[in-house]
Design a protein around this ligand. Structure first.
Ligand code: FES
Ligand code: FES
Length: 199
């Protein structure tokens, strides 16, 4: 998973403390961030922007609970200073939660429910974001690819099998994968071709 090297628990991490406001495309909307550029993205999302769907487990890059997408790539938000997000696209679990029926993100949510892949739910936002990044990149992943993609997100409850089964179930059937994979960073809200589509 991408991100800066782990840091001890502290209010901020290595980035300049002064400068121009940070502008981010957050879940498809332009926002201006007031937090200091060295603030952890995870803290900014939760404390300044009120997006508490992103969880914080360790503040050290170990648990993956804080996983979000930065320009479509999964990152530990606790390791990313806000200043490094200027001019970039950040996608959080709130975008997955808001995705309408018929989209890949909605299929992923439904698959998690149908497979019992969420129990206590602490890891679930990070799992969903890691899976979203994978399904955007690889429409029909193998089990090994799913295991690798979610490998940076720790789950204490499910034993991982149900989560892996859910991500596989949400994948695009191989025959349709090429046509159905949206551009990087555009998976949330895009339409996924279903196995029974004939047009
Ligand atoms: S809170 Fe970021 S990896 Fe644990
Ligand atoms: S569902 Fe509890 S940590 Fe994953």
């Amino acid at each position: 998973m991408n991100g800066a090297s782990p840091a001890a628990a502290s209010p901020s991490i290595g980035a300049p403390s002064i400068g121009a406001p940070v502008r981010v495309e957050l879940n498809g909307r332009q926002v201006e961030i007031r937090s200091a550029p060295a603030t952890r993205l995870s803290d900014c999302l939760r404390d300044e922007l009120g997006l508490t769907g992103t969880k914080v487990g360790c503040h050290a890059g170990d648990c993956g609970a804080c996983t979000v997408l930065l320009d479509g790539e999964q990152v530990c938000a606790c390791l990313v200073p806000v200043g490094r997000c200027d001019g970039r696209a950040v996608t959080t679990i709130e975008a997955v939660a808001a995705a309408p029926p018929g989209t890949p993100a909605e299929a992923l949510r439904r698959a998690f429910i149908e497979h019992g892949a969420a129990q206590c739910g602490i890891c679930t936002p990070g799992m969903l974001m890691a899976a979203t990044a994978l399904l955007t990149r690889v429409g029909s992943p193998t089990r090994a690819e799913v295991e690798t993609a979610i490998g940076g997100v720790l789950c204490r409850c499910t034993g991982y099998q149900k989560i892996i089964d859910a991500v596989l179930a949400a994948g695009v059937p191989a025959a349709n994968a090429e046509a159905a994979v949206p551009a990087a960073g555009a998976a949330v809200g895009a339409r996924m071709v279903r196995a029974d589509d004939t047009t």
